[in-house]
Design a protein around this ligand. Structure first.
Ligand code: 13P
Length: 267
């Protein structure tokens, strides 16, 4: 089967997943450090994903107001959400609430949630649909364990996650989705996938999206790489035709490092 053409209509997207780090002051300082250095000629979409209790504070730094509800060049994203619209779900946050504080993006199905909180593809699909219903763009994470890779099951595992996590997503929404390929063995370990290994899986995901929808749709979907992305490896990842950005953990906690990664994806 012919693979999907990569004549790119995709603008890069680099997101910082701050995970459960920083305090209020640290989150504000980091956001200020990033926002103050972003230049206008930059074609990269930046997304800052602080812990949910600091979304409002970071949104203020980005300049989210009633008149301008969403950041433009620098957008706000959440790290998780509940799939329910509202209800008796103590401790949970709904997509509409994220939208209300100015989020444009939400990470769903991060491997830490899949592993630590037992999130299945079905749960991730429900969150993906609820995110779209609330007007958010989901960043859907997929990725294989080291044991999967070593036993030659990377494509099998990733394709099951992509198909399962996107179940029920309309063609129109699929075009706007962001997928983050994060090999679990590369997260927080310093072991980055080689650019070739990452590109191979990104190409595989794009071809799979082509089969699930159409090649035109697949060519529009932005696929981020995540897992030990640092300023010194971002350039070689960015040079790959199917890598459209990065989902950055550790290196997103330092404004200068994050901005160097953004720069690597700038055309
Ligand atoms: P690291 O960049 O710290 O490896 O984390 C990657 C990640 O999990 C981003 O979501």
């Amino acid at each position: 089967m012919a693979s999907v053409s990569v004549t790119s209509v995709r603008s890069p997207i680099v997101a910082g997943n701050w995970k459960m780090f920083l305090d209020r002051r640290g989150a504000i300082t980091l956001a200020q450090g990033i926002v103050s250095q972003v230049t206008d000629n930059n074609n990269v979409q930046l997304v800052l994903c602080p812990p949910s209790v600091y979304l409002d504070a970071v949104g203020n730094v980005i300049g989210i107001t009633q008149a301008k509800p969403f950041g433009e060049r620098v957008a706000l994203g959440a790290q998780n959400m509940n799939a329910a619209a509202n209800g008796a779900f103590t401790g949970e946050v709904a997509a509409s609430m994220l939208r209300d504080v100015g989020c444009r993006y939400v990470i769903v199905g991060h491997s830490e949630r899949r592993t630590l909180m037992g999130e299945t593809d079905q749960v991730v699909a429900a969150k993906t649909l609820a995110a779209f219903a609330a007007g958010l763009v989901p960043i859907v994470c997929v990725g294989e364990l080291l044991a999967d890779r070593e036993s030659g099951k990377t494509e099998e595992v990733v394709s099951a996650q992509v198909i399962g996590s996107l179940a029920g997503v309309s063609q129109a929404n699929l075009e706007t989705i962001v997928i983050a390929y994060e090999p679990v063995w590369a997260i927080g370990t310093g072991k980055v996938a080689t650019p070739e290994q990452a590109q191979e899986v990104h190409r595989f995901i794009r071809n799979l999206l082509g089969k699930l929808s159409s090649n035109e749709t697949a060519a529009k979907v932005r696929i981020q790489y995540g897992g030990s992305v640092k300023p010194d490896n971002a350039g070689s990842l960015a040079a790959q035709p199917d890598i459209d950005g990065a989902l950055v953990g550790g290196a997103s906690l330092k404004a200068d490092d994050f901005l160097l990664i953004v720069k690597a994806f700038q055309s």
